[in-house]
Design a protein around this ligand. Sequence first.
Ligand SMILES: [Zn+2]
Length: 275
Amino acid sequence: MSNNRRGFLRELASVVTAAKDAPEPVVPDLSDAEVERYSRQLVLPEWGAAAQLALIEASVLVIGAGALGSPVGLYLAGAGVGRIGIVDDDAVELSNLHRQLLHFTPDLGTPKAESAAAKLRFLNPDVVIEPYQVRVAAANAPALVEGQDLVVDCSDSFATRYAVNAACCAARVPVVEAGVLGMAGMVMSIKPGRTACYRCAFPTAPADAPRCADAGVLGPAAGVIGSLQAMEALKLLTGVAPAIADGFLQVDLATAEFLRVRVARREDCPDCSPL
Ligand SMILES: [Zn+2]
């Protein structure tokens, strides 16, 4: 990229930042390659250099490298999040491949965390990718989320989502929760102590919650929900737009209906009420 082009982008970023009444324009020391790689988001009026710097300095933990974790990992690594942890203890199976876009047929039998990390390093070698081949549970969730700027929960069970929500609330780490099944799903951003948490929205798990293996799931449905999670993550990390907080977005891909459901914080919530 020419110096003129790079200078234009920096000048544009400074003007946009100043126009939003920020105290001082922040211009990160981006290399020519970084300016080129991120140019299509750098020129967004809402984005600019300050948002890019926030991403580069961020550490994000993605829990699950499956149907939701695949688009989340791809978009966050592509956007330039500085450090991404990928947590998954499963291995790639043939039945995963119709919806889990980070894994290919030659990856069968490979740990998903390693398979995902390899693809994300190919996509963006500037991002530090850390695979963790562990199963997330209430016992280890606090240690995993400690020190993260954001957690994106792409797990596939109520038990894991509750464990992640509780750990993130306790550590005051923002988290994006989501779920998908069949042709529908939901997405919710949580700022612990400030907005309703996952437990506020869903105090107890349904007694007979179906699983993907039994009820099925379509790949594009998971892709939409995972992409929404990635969008929420970028909003929470940069502040460029309001997140889906104090409620969740319910998505029905069969009818193409998106419904915003409001949720108030519960005074008796065991996860977030003491905050
Ligand atoms: Zn709560």
